[in-house]
Design a protein around this ligand. Structure first.
Ligand SMILES: [Cu+2]
Length: 194
């Protein structure tokens, strides 16, 4: 009798631990941390220059809540958040923010494109620049079809490119799923303990 009771309790404990682990796993999927340039880090000597960082970024999907980590040697590089035109011209006037102490952890807080360059010497011109787009490219500015009447006298140019519909926001969905899984696991635990 006592033995059976112990077995149920340990089974419940295992289930609780599994539920917690699952919850932690699902939570970690929602907010990701990205090491910029991976092992190469944030440098002006990356193989391929600017295309190195653009291809690094193109393989990833950035969401609000994610964190970019710039690894570099202190004093040799920095991370400047700049406008699109400064990004294109490697201009260092009117930088939005300048982060100089490595590792620089940059939190992605809003949807849209963020532009990073290094302001040391000609590092940006050598390719030490990174632009990333957070969230879907279309963003919240997309208007529902058929609701924008064209003003008279203007002709709408024929659109040859059809943009795919924006993917559903999965982060809120997975939140609900993880919440549901958590609830079911807890219910199972409680039932086995009775
Ligand atoms: Cu640099």
């Amino acid at each position: 009798m006592a033995g059976a009771r112990v077995r149920t309790n340990s089974a419940a404990r295992v289930l609780v631990m599994m539920a917690v682990q699952l919850w932690v796993m699902l939570r970690s999927v929602e907010a990701a941390t990205y090491i910029v340039g991976d092992a190469t880090g944030w440098t002006n000597t990356a193989n391929g220059g600017a295309s190195f960082y653009s291809s690094w970024a193109s393989s990833k999907t950035f969401e609000v809540g994610d964190i970019l980590v710039f690894n570099f040697v202190s004093g040799q590089h920095d991370v400047a958040v700049v406008s699109e035109s400064n990004f294109n011209s490697c201009g260092t006037s009117n930088t939005i923010s300048l982060l100089t102490t490595p590792p620089v952890n940059y939190n992605l807080t809003t949807n849209g494109t963020v532009y990073f360059i290094c302001t040391h010497d000609s590092h940006c011109l050598q390719g030490q620049k990174l632009s990333i787009t957070v969230g879907t490219a279309s963003g919240p500015t997309a208007s529902p079809p058929g609701t924008t009447p064209s003003p008279p006298g203007t002709t709408t140019p024929p659109s040859t490119t059809t943009s795919p519909p924006p993917p559903p926001n999965s982060s809120t969905g997975s939140m609900y799923v993880s919440g549901g899984v958590m609830f079911i696991s807890m219910a199972v635990c409680l039932l086995t303990m009775w």
